[in-house]
Design a protein around this ligand. Structure first.
Ligand code: ATR
Length: 270
């Protein structure tokens, strides 16, 4: 079990909550895993507007065989507030990318984005040692990734974000959590793009075909690795731009692929 024909009264359910849900990859990966491992379970996409988030979660946690869900844009910060227990990384980031319900309807939140992103870079052969990094965005994913990078021996981390205040909040969080001072906010006026070894898009720009580029690549140096965390489409406008400029690139899917094992353990399904 379970291909879709074998859903029965014992099937347990997981969700993948997003808005919109068109881009999510977790259901595809989890359902393939359930079939391979003969686990009687199913993950379904849940397209939920932010204003309905709390109602939906309060309902789902009362369904006995609904065990939890992967969480993505734009719910990571709001859903953390609805959790009864948060892991260390979820607490530090105020964001969750996965939650589970216990038998009493209590909600446990975890955030594997950062760990998954760093595992993905290393797994694909990238050495983070002494690297100069530009992180674009300051939302839930950016927080997780910055803290995970803070555990590595990177040289420094610069943050650029549409809303500068959110970038400053991220910097304060990092300093508290990592006890390191190798992070600062930069903006379009003072940033020297040519100096970075690694640039990471954590904004939602690229999810939609019509989105503008999150940033221009023309000022980056030839050795800079361009990373996106958007999984679908896999070749975002940013990745296409990196390819056309002959720059190295790193797909968004690696972040989820490399945290998948952590997620299955969290759901207690391996
Ligand atoms: P996630 O949990 O996936 O990180 P999020 O918490 O909603 O999602 O964060 C989205 C990020 O994308 C934020 O950095 C946001 O910038 P703001 O802090 O200014 O809101 C950024 N973002 C979203 N839409 C954007 C846009 N049109 N242009 C630039 N940045 C954008």
């Amino acid at each position: 079990m379970n291909d879709y024909n074998k859903i029965n009264g014992e099937t347990i359910f997981f969700g993948c909550i997003a808005c919109p849900s068109n881009h999510v990859r977790a259901p595809t990966i989890f359902n393939k895993f359930f079939i391979e491992k003969k686990i009687n379970a199913l993950m379904i996409p849940l397209d939920v507007s932010p204003e309905n988030l709390s109602d939906v979660i309060n309902g789902l946690k009362k369904i006995n065989k609904f065990k939890g869900m992967a969480v993505t844009i734009p719910h990571k910060l709001q859903l953390a507030k609805l959790c009864d227990y948060l892991s260390e990384s979820a607490k530090a980031t105020n964001a969750v990318n996965i939650i589970k319900f216990d038998n009493n309807g209590l909600i446990y939140g975890e955030n594997f984005d950062g760990a998954g992103f760093v595992l993905g870079l290393k797994g694909e052969g990238y050495d983070l040692n002494s690297k100069k990094i530009l992180l674009v965005g300051a939302g839930g994913a950016a927080r997780g990734i910055s803290l995970a990078l803070g555990k590595e021996n990177v040289l420094f981390l610069d943050i650029i974000n549409r809303t500068e205040k959110n970038a400053h909040d991220l910097v304060n969080l990092y300093k508290n959590y990592c006890s390191k001072n190798n992070i600062k906010v930069v903006n379009d006026k003072n940033v020297d793009y040519a100096k970075y070894d690694l640039v990471i898009n954590t904004t939602s720009l690229g999810l939609s075909e019509n989105d503008e580029l999150p940033f221009e690549l023309k000022y980056f140096n030839k050795n800079c690795l361009v990373c996106d965390i958007i999984m679908n489409p896999s070749k975002t406008k940013l990745i296409k731009s990196a390819i056309s400029r002959g720059l190295n690139f790193h797909y968004g899917r690696h972040m989820l692929d490399y945290q998948f094992i952590l997620m299955t353990k969290f759901f207690s399904i391996i």
